[in-house]
Design a protein around this ligand. Structure first.
Ligand code: MG
Length: 473
C-alpha cells in the first residue's frame, strides 16, 4: 500500500489498513524480533553523481534497473530526499556525521572538495555513523570512495571503520596528462587517472583498474557480509561510479540502450541485486536495513551524455536547485518496512540519528546535530519529523525549504554554466510540491512565507560556529 506525504493522507491510509485490509503489524513484530535477537544490520549503498531520474522506478525510459525497481517495490521509495551538499566531499561529511558540513570545516567556497594535494580531512572530533555503531559492537566496513581525507589521520580506519577497501578521493583525480579535461573524461583510459586503490591504510594498486571497480567493491561487500553474518554489521558501499570517467566491466560493456552511462548504472543495479540476494541467501534480509541513494545530483550540465538525469528537477550537480541535491532514495527491509512511496522530506543528515535509534546508540550531546530520527517513518508509524531543509553551497546558505516552499537567497549555475552568482534582495520563491522544476517564482504573493523562511535561516545560522576549514588547509 502506498502512502503519501501529508500527515492527513498518511493517517487515512493507516486507518484504512487497520479497518479492513488486515495488514500485518509489521513494525511491532519487527520491534519484538529485534528485542529478542539483535539490532539490525545496516547497509548503505551510496552512488556518486547519480541523478534522481536514472533508475527505472524513478522514471528513466531506457536504463534497466530490475533490482532497484524490485527494491523500491518491496521497500520505501522516497521522492523528497536530500543530501547536505551538491558535491562529493561536503555531502559525504553530512551523511557520516549528521551535521551540516560547515560545522566540521568540510565545506568551502574556494575549494569545493578535497583534492590529492589537500592537507585536511574529517576531524577526529567528529563522530561518524561507523563510530557510533561500533559503540554497540557492530562490525564496520568502508568499501569504495571515501573522499573525507586521504592522509593517514583522516582515513576510514580512523573514523570507526574496522576495514577499508577503496579509493580515497574521486576517480577523475590525479590526472597523468594535461589537456582537455572534458575530452579526457569522455574518452577515458585507466592510466589517465592515477587514483590509488587502498586496503586499510596501504596502497595496493595504482592506478586503480576502474573497469572492474564496481564489481570488486561489490564482491568485497558480499564477503564482508558473509564473514559477519553472526553479528551486527554496518557496510558502507560507496561506489565511485557513475562519476566520470565512466568505466564498467566487460560483462556490462554495450549492454544498455542508454549507452555507456546506462551500462554503468546497470552494473550498479546488478551490484544492488547481488547484495540483496546475499542477504536473502544468508537469511539476514529480515534483519537488515538497506539504503540506496546518491551523493549529489548528476553532472549533466558539464558532461551531458556521460552523466545522469535530474528527473523533473532543475539544475544538477554543483547547484542548489533541486537537481543538485534531491537524490533517488530507496529503503529496503523486507517484513519491517511496509512497501510504499514516501513524499515527506528526508535527508542524508538524518541517517546518523536514524541508525543510532535503530541500533540503540546514545549520541553524545556535546554538539549540534542537523538530522532527525526517521525510524518512525521507516517502521510505518508516522509521517516524517522533518519539515525543513537548508541548502548550502560551500559555506553559504543559498536557499531554504520550509514545507512546500523553497526560497533562494542566492542563485548560481553549475561549473561553467555561465549563470553568475546573484544575490536576491527579495528571494525567488517556489512551491516545490506544485512546481518541482522551480519554474514559477511566486515571491510577490507570499511575503509572509519568505519572512518565516528568513527567520528560520537566521535561527539556523546562529547555531553555526566558526571552525578551521579542512578543504583549504
Ligand atoms: Mg558526487
Amino acid at each position: 500500500m502506498a502512502f503519501t506525504g501529508s500527515r492527513r493522507q498518511f493517517l487515512r491510509c493507516a486507518l484504512a489498513g487497520a479497518a479492513g485490509l488486515a495488514l500485518q503489524p509489521y513494525a511491532r513484530t519487527a520491534m519484538a524480533n529485534r528485542d529478542a535477537h539483535r539490532p539490525p544490520n545496516i547497509v548503505v549503498i551510496f552512488t556518486d553523481d547519480m541523478g534522481w531520474g536514472d533508475i527505472g522506478v524513478f522514471g528513466h525510459p531506457t536504463i534497466r534497473t530490475p533490482n532497484l525497481d524490485r527494491m523500491a517495490a518491496e521497500g520505501q521509495k522516497w521522492t523528497s530526499f536530500y543530501v547536505a551538499a551538491s558535491v562529493c566531499t561536503p555531502s559525504r561529511a553530512g551523511l557520516m556525521t549528521g551535521r551540516y558540513p560547515v560545522r566540521s570545516g568540510m565545506a568551502s567556497d574556494r575549494r569545493r572538495v578535497l583534492f590529492p594535494n589537500s592537507n585536511g580531512g574529517l576531524p577526529q572530533s567528529e563522530l561518524t555513523i561507523a563510530g557510533a555503531l561500533k559503540q554497540v559492537g557492530y562490525a564496520t566496513a568502508c568499501i569504495g570512495k571515501w573522499h573525507l581525507g586521504h592522509l593517514p589521520e583522516f582515513l576510514p580506519t580512523e573514523h570507526g571503520f574496522d576495514s577499508y577497501y577503496g579509493i580515497p578521493y574521486s576517480n577523475d583525480m590525479a590526472r597523468t596528462r594535461e589537456g582537455d579535461y572534458i575530452a579526457m573524461n569522455k574518452n577515458p583510459r585507466v592510466e589517465y587517472f592515477n587514483v590509488p586503490l587502498m586496503r586499510d591504510t596501504e596502497i595496493i594498486e595504482q592506478p586503480a583498474d576502474q573497469t572492474t571497480i564496481t564489481r570488486r567493491f561489490t564482491e568485497e561487500t558480499v564477503n564482508f557480509i558473509k564473514a559477519n553474518r553472526d553479528r551486527p554489521f554496518f557496510a558502507y558501499l560507496a561506489h565511485s561510479m557513475p562519476h566520470v570517467p565512466l568505466f564498467r566491466s566487460d560483462a556490462f560493456e554495450d549492454v544498455s540502450r542508454a549507452g555507456r552511462y546506462g551500462d554503468v548504472i546497470e552494473e550498479i543495479d546488478w551490484s544492488a541485486g547481488r547484495i540483496m540476494d546475499t542477504l536473502r541467501e544468508l537469511e539476514l534480509a529480515d534483519n537488515t536495513l538497506v539504503l540506496f541513494t546518491s551523493d549529489n545530483g548528476p553532472w549533466n550540465l558539464l558532461f551531458t551524455t556521460h552523466a545522469g538525469l535530474p528527473g523533473p528537477f532543475r539544475g544538477g550537480k554543483g547547484t542548489t536547485w533541486e537537481g543538485g541535491v534531491r537524490v533517488p532514495t530507496i529503503f529496503w527491509w523486507p517484513g519491517t518496512i511496509q512497501p510504499g512511496v514516501v513524499m515527506d522530506m528526508g535527508t542524508a543528515l538524518d541517517m546518523l540519528p536514524t541508525f543510532a535509534a535503530l541500533a540503540g546508540v546514545s549520541l553524545p550531546d556535546d554538539r549540534v546535530y542537523d538530522g532527525y530520527d526517521l525510524s518512525p517513518v521507516l517502521l510505518n508509524e508516522a509521517s516524517s519529523p522533518r519539515d525543513s531543509f537548508i541548502y548550502y553551497r560551500g559555506e553559504q546558505v543559498y536557499a531554504a525549504r520550509r514545507g512546500a516552499y523553497k526560497a533562494h537567497f542566492i542563485t548560481q549555475g553549475a561549473y561553467g554554466s555561465g549563470r553568475e552568482r546573484t544575490e536576491h534582495e527579495v528571494p525567488e520563491l517556489y512551491n516545490v510540491e506544485i512546481d518541482p522544476a522551480e519554474r514559477k517564482d511566486i515571491a510577490e504573493e507570499h511575503p509572509d512565507i519568505i519572512a518565516e523562511i528568513r527567520a528560520m535561516v537566521e535561527r539556523h545560522k546562529a547555531t553555526v560556529e566558526p571552525v578551521e576549514n579542512q578543504l583549504t588547509k
